[in-house]
Design a binder for this molecule. Structure first.
Ligand code: PMT
Length: 222
């Protein structure tokens, strides 16, 4: 039986990929399985938190005891998270949100021709950045999925997105990133602390992240 160290805290967690619709049969997406975000939700519930899990399409069963909001697109994820932001204590943005979405979506299947096809894409809203600009008391945890210069990019995201923590994973490493049951992460704290963790299960990573969150919340209460 875990100590309920997060009881009374509302934690909003985003997980999984987004799907950006091209036409009724096609979309743009990525390889996120949702495992990392669902693990954080599961551990947060076991620590007593009130969890809202905002999930893109995955094959996973959400942990019992949390409120689940299923979304598809980056725009829908934006709305769901903002609707729960004001009274949240913590937001953890594990989702792999599409950075681009088709400029136009077609009501009917796009027919093939002999020629090539280009699909114009426009930028999606950066949800984490929008939360960073809006936040008052909320503790904000972002992720960074990188393939190179992990430390530099993670520190950049910490500043630019006004986050309290960035959890960085080098998704090119064996046993890290998308789809796996394990991850290899470094936790960058706004105060300058860096915690490099070895390969461990996503559930263990979740425990480490939530321990850091608990520590930060306790500092605020001193
Ligand atoms: O789901 P799994 O298969 O378990 O894989 C886990 C994971 C690899 C998806 C996860 O560990 C991870 O790294 N998640 C972040 C993926 C990502 O989109 O990283 P990014 O570096 O592109 O984005 C940085 C941060 O900004 C993220 O917190 C992201 O949620 C957020 N973001 C990005 C774009 C956007 N439009 N809005 C956002 O909020």
């Amino acid at each position: 039986e875990e100590e309920k160290i997060l009881s009374g805290k509302k934690i909003v967690i985003s997980a999984g990929p987004t799907r950006e619709k091209i036409d009724p049969v096609r979309y743009i997406s990525n390889h996120s399985s949702g495992k990392m975000g669902y693990s954080i939700a599961e551990v947060a519930v076991s620590l007593g938190a009130n969890v809202v899990l905002v999930s893109g399409p995955t094959n996973l069963t959400p942990p019992s005891g949390c409120e689940v909001i299923q979304v598809e697109s980056a725009a829908q994820m934006y709305d769901a998270i903002h609707s729960h932001f004001n009274d949240a204590d913590v937001v953890i943005k594990t989702a792999a949100v599409a950075d681009y979405t088709p400029e136009v979506t077609y009501d009917h299947k796009v027919k093939k021709t002999d020629g090539n096809l280009s699909i114009p894409l426009k930028r999606t809203e950066d949800i984490l950045l929008s939360l960073g600009n809006k936040k008052t008391h909320q503790l904000l945890v972002g992720f960074a999925a990188e393939t190179e210069q992990v430390e530099e990019y993670a520190k950049g995201k910490l500043q630019k997105k006004n986050a309290d923590f960035i959890v960085a994973n080098n998704v090119t490493l064996e046993g890290a990133g998308f789809g796996t049951d394990t991850n290899i992460v470094s936790i960058y704290n706004r105060n300058g602390d860096i915690k490099h963790l070895p390969k461990m299960t996503k559930k263990q990573v979740a425990k480490e992240i939530l321990a850091e969150v608990y520590r930060k919340l306790s500092e605020g209460e001193k």
